[in-house]
Design a binder for this molecule. Structure first.
Ligand SMILES: [Zn+2]
Ligand SMILES: [Zn+2]
Ligand SMILES: [Zn+2]
Length: 579
């Protein structure tokens, strides 16, 4: 046909005939009719879960094959050396510490069983937050643990796929992705719209699972600034959806700039991936969408773009988390994604040095802690503390501290260590216990336990992660840096609390002095592991006197709290010790 026909007229020819004809036209670089049909099928006026539309899409992308045949053929040319299988919570996966270069490495059941881990230190685990298979990825694990299918030595078919195999897909996939993002825009992330996308996303997921050829096409679309501008910004019919999008963008944000003036705060979407990820967050991480986005990660170009998008939206995720009704599910979703990105060393370095993830994490942590701030201390019954909103951040922080170069980078940065000391300071003197004079305390309050888990999770676990790397004299300077900064913060805290000047209230005490704990563990570690002398580290005598005085006060009170010695006796002991 030479004249322009309408989509309806074209589609009268039936799926099979039209699909063959459209592919034929694509081979001749003619996309006119294909675009007419796609305009119709992917129009925003159509329901996204319309089954007939999906059947048409599947038929057209397959061209002269059936859809099933088409998937099989594309899969047969899959040249990817990385498994990348994505799983969700409750999946049983494996971890091999002998093969893993990162503590987060994980393997799917098939890859683990097909590889040789005889005599290795491995375990089977039920995935808490979901994950993806690292088999074939040398940045995360030793090649010796690869299964035969993803092994380097496997003769990869160098046979090129037939040139015309993906001609239709190359035109169609950008349109499908645009349709999805437009739909998300239209939905404004409301729940009832999200579940309607299931069949549409399964379709995209099936395509992505065929391997590297299709993933490359997805990657090109997702990362192209051109496609984004063309379809999502400049098109005149963007209309009301654009207003929804703009309104959603104006969420209350976390200002990283406030804590780190060198960093900018603006969030500008430049690619389809940017906006897609934004909607993923706004719609509280729908599983099908997350799994689809993660399934393209074996593509290197996409992975780099994804990392940047992830870090840029980190603040946005944390705001969403603090507002969410189901905080633990949002937390798990964040970690499900971040664990894929923080495991490979090269990527982790990029994330931290180029995209400043640690800076952003600390700003978010401060933001969350400030939300719980109550006068001089923290309100442990506030939602953000009660529901452990800090958990994904601290987990990411600990995961990233598994890499020695990152620990170096962190401890070498005065502004980062200062920010960290500031975070720790906010837990100093947490949950003051008041002495009960008349009654026996049968059960401790809820906050009593919350305080221990907050200090353990926010302060202690990262400290243990740090100490692992401060294990010889080469890291002396790093210890000196952090000790000096801790001393400054302790001094500040002494002044603010008039320690050493006025008698402390004998009826009050806290179990939580993380600044003290950091200082004492770092100094004792320096003496035992790093071959340092006390004189290398000890601050002024004046400071030391106050430093001693404070725990003494505490010890005395701890005595008093639990054993209720006669008051005179306690005061006597304290005086003797101090003198
Ligand atoms: Zn696998
Ligand atoms: Zn494998
Ligand atoms: Zn192994």
């Amino acid at each position: 046909s030479t004249g322009t026909m309408s989509a309806e007229e074209l589609m009268k020819r039936g799926k099979r005939h039209l699909s063959v004809a459209l592919k034929e036209e694509c081979v001749n670089k003619n996309h006119v009719n294909l675009n007419i049909v796609l305009d119709h099928l992917l129009s925003k006026n159509k329901e996204i879960d319309d089954a007939e539309t999906l059947e048409w899409c599947k038929s057209i992308i397959a061209g002269d094959k059936t859809y099933k045949e088409f998937l099989e053929i594309v899969k047969s040319y899959n040249n990817s050396s990385i498994c990348g299988l994505v799983w969700t919570a409750e999946y049983v996966a494996y971890r091999c510490r002998t093969c893993g270069l990162s503590p987060c490495m994980s393997l799917c059941m098939d890859c683990f069983k097909a590889a040789d881990h005889d005599g290795h230190d491995f375990n089977m685990f039920k995935s808490q937050a979901g994950g993806a298979c690292d088999c074939g990825d040398e940045s995360v694990m030793d090649a010796k643990g690869f299964c035969p299918k993803h092994s380097k030595n496997k003769d990869r078919s160098k046979i090129e796929p037939p040139k015309d195999l993906l001609f239709v897909a190359e035109i169609m996939i950008p349109r499908l992705v645009v349709r999805l993002v437009q739909y998300l825009r239209h939905s404004g992330a409301e729940k009832q719209y999200i579940s309607k996308m299931t069949s549409f996303i399964s379709f995209l997921q099936e395509l992505s699972e065929t391997g590297d050829l299709m993933q490359q096409i997805f990657s090109n679309v997702f990362t192209s600034q051109n496609d984004y501008t063309t379809y999502m910004i400049s098109k005149s019919d963007v209309g009301v959806e654009y207003d929804i999008y703009e309104a959603s963008l104006k969420f209350d944000t976390i200002n990283v700039n406030k804590y780190f003036p060198e960093l900018a705060d603006d969030l500008i979407h430049k690619t389809l991936l940017d906006e897609m990820f934004f909607w993923v967050i706004k719609s509280k991480f729908p599983e099908h969408l997350v799994t689809f986005l993660l399934s393209i990660l074996p593509n290197e170009q996409y992975k780099l773009a994804f990392v940047e998008v992830f870090v840029e939206h980190y603040r946005c995720m944390m705001v969403e988390l603090t507002h969410s009704e189901d905080k633990s599910s949002v937390s798990n979703s964040v970690v499900h994604i971040s664990v894929q990105l923080l495991s490979p060393l090269k990527l982790a370095i990029e994330i931290v040095t180029k995209f400043h993830l640690i800076h952003i994490m600390f700003a978010c942590l401060k933001h969350i802690i400030n939300q719980a701030r109550y006068g001089n201390t923290l309100n442990l019954t506030s939602n953000v503390m009660k529901e452990h909103c800090y958990w994904p951040i601290v987990t990411d922080f600990i995961n990233i501290l598994a890499h020695p170069p990152i620990v170096q980078y962190f401890l070498n940065s005065t502004s980062l260590v200062n920010a960290w000391a500031d975070v720790i300071s906010s837990l100093q003197g947490l949950n003051m216990n008041r002495r009960e004079h008349d009654l026996h305390v049968e059960f401790e309050t809820e906050t009593y336990y919350k305080a221990f888990s907050a200090e353990l999770e926010i302060c202690s676990t990262p400290l243990w992660a740090l100490l692992k790397h401060l294990n010889d004299s080469s890291s002396k300077q790093l210890t000196i840096n952090i000790v000096n900064i801790l001393v400054t913060y302790l001094n500040k805290w002494f002044t603010e609390n008039s320690v050493g000047e006025i008698e402390m209230n004998p009826d009050e005490m806290s179990f939580h002095y993380p600044l003290h704990r950091y200082l004492s563990l770092l100094i004792s570690n320096a003496l035992q592991q790093q071959g340092m002398e006390l004189t290398d580290l000890l601050p002024s005598l004046e400071f030391l006197e106050i430093l001693y005085l404070h725990p003494l006060h505490l010890l005395v009170r701890e005595f008093f709290f639990f054993f209720v010695f006669p008051f005179n006796f306690v005061v006597g002991t304290y005086k003797i010790c101090y003198v």
